[in-house]
Design a protein around this ligand. Structure first.
Ligand code: ZN
Length: 455
């Protein structure tokens, strides 16, 4: 064997337990999982630790650093890797790079911290065909041109399209449906949607996405459901999704374990009426970047930042925490980070989501609870993405593995210090090699560009 992980408690979703076993890795794959003693060129002693499939983050913005020309194009990806993310789906909320080949080529040339899958962003498609006004509808000709660009991206391996409907109010239902119909013709392609409405209008927002799935037949993914519905509408929204799925409509949702969201101050999300819609005051808005970093808003500061530095990040503490917990622990909801960090600034989810979810929802509980939460960040997203060799520790699977300490695992990143590293992640292995040991990146070029699965 190239590497052996000895005596760890190996997560088994089929038997639904974690038994002490040895894992043998050869040629980047899991070669053997056994009770027998096996020898390898390298050995990791995992006694007392959990050996889990690497976390698969179906919703984040790891391509954003590259898109905006950050001096480290993989700043977010490195944080993801340290918290156990071995495969990441970037380009969400309408913002994914249109020319995905350019990013794929960078990864093919120099590797990436984790395996990358990318969505083409609808708002970026609009920009590419000259509709740069998010309040404007697209012309028929523009829609046709966007469809061609989308098809090209899907053929280059993109995993689908992402929409940011709240950020592009001018995009009509008919416009969006056209792209969902394109996606439907490509196996395993997703339509990932940041809803048009949240807060008091949450149900309308969820309804639109279910309708898109029904009318197009495409796989639709409701992005960060928590920030859409956790304002008193959680039970109703979960029931709507269950009912739709019960009727054979292919819609699922993901969520992050925080009760605050974060986005640009200048975004339409913060237009007039937003605070009433969330039923909060100005002091629920924290300024997360720029010259007023760390301050809570009042009316004057809120308006001043929006007017003068619209690219400043606002963090909005607007969701009901018990509802967030309900969404995260509800069956079939995938745990995802929505992470994005630039120059160490942003939302703590980029450095903390997965350790936080395990600490918050599994720590101190039974083995079955650990299996249940881990499945939401491994097997479930792998299945959604058609990644048949990831998401489970079985012989023949890709050796993307996280070894962690159940007693110690937790997030440390906060809204004040969003890039603090987590506790309890002992090792992260990518393609059979050690990428991270005790929060130190050993190798940050093991990740590959993964094309949308064709089967
Ligand atoms: Zn979003």
């Amino acid at each position: 064997m190239d590497l052996v992980i000895k005596n760890g408690n190996v997560v088994d979703f089929r038997a639904r337990n974690m038994m002490q076993k040895n894992v043998g890795i050869k040629d980047q794959k899991i070669y053997l999982i056994t009770d027998r003693d096996i020898s390898g060129k390298k050995v990791i002693d995992a006694n007392g630790k959990v050996v889990s499939p690497g976390f698969i983050d179906i919703h984040n913005h790891t391509d954003y650093n590259f898109k905006i020309g950050n001096k480290d194009p993989f700043e977010t990806a490195k944080h993801m890797l340290i918290m156990g993310v071995t495969t990441s789906v970037g380009g969400n909320c309408g913002g994914g790079i249109v020319d995905i080949e350019r990013y794929a080529n960078l990864i093919k040339k120099q590797g990436a911290p984790n395996n990358y899958m990318g969505l083409i962003g609808h708002i970026e498609l609009r920009n590419a065909v000259g509709n740069t006004d998010v309040y404007k509808t697209s012309t028929k000709l523009q829609i046709e041109k966007m469809k061609e660009l989308l098809k090209k991206g899907l053929e280059k391996g993109a995993v689908g399209i992402s929409f940011g409907l709240e950020y592009s109010p001018g995009a009509t239902y008919e416009e969006v449906l056209e792209f969902c119909k394109v996606v439907k013709d490509y196996p395993n392609a997703l339509g990932s949607v940041h809803f048009r409405y949240d807060g008091g209008r949450a149900i309308r927002g969820v309804n639109e996405i279910i309708s898109l799935a029904r009318d197009s037949g495409a796989y639709m993914q409701i992005s960060h459901l928590n920030s859409g519905v956790c304002y008193g509408f959680t039970d109703e929204a979960l029931k709507m999704i269950d009912n739709a799925r019960g009727q054979g409509i292919n819609v699922m949702a993901d969520a992050y374990p925080y009760n605050a969201f974060s986005t640009d101050a200048g975004s339409p999300v913060f237009n007039d009426g937003c605070l009433e819609n969330w039923n909060v005051g100005y002091d629920s808005i924290l300024i997360a970047t720029g010259e007023h970093v760390g301050k809570r808003c009042d009316k004057e500061l809120f308006e001043c930042v929006r007017e003068n530095s619209p690219l400043t990040s606002f963090v909005a503490f607007v969701m009901n925490e018990e509802e967030v917990d309900k969404v995260l622990t509800y069956p079939n909801i995938i745990i995802a980070s929505d992470g994005n960090i630039n120059g160490g600034q942003g939302h703590p989810r980029a450095a903390g989501t997965f350790p936080r979810a395990l600490h918050r929802y599994a720590a101190g509980k039974e083995e079955k609870d650990w299996i249940y939460i881990l499945e939401k960040m491994t097997r479930l997203p792998a299945e959604r993405l058609g990644l048949s060799s990831k998401g489970e520790l079985v012989e023949g699977a890709d050796a993307d593995i996280v070894i962690f300490d159940q007693e110690k695992i937790k997030d440390n990143s906060t809204f004040e210090k969003p890039s603090l590293l987590p506790s309890g992640i002992c090792y992260v292995l990518l393609n059979g090699e050690i990428a991270v040991k005790d929060n130190v990146i050993i190798k940050n070029d093991l990740g590959e560009f993964i094309e949308r699965a064709e089967q």
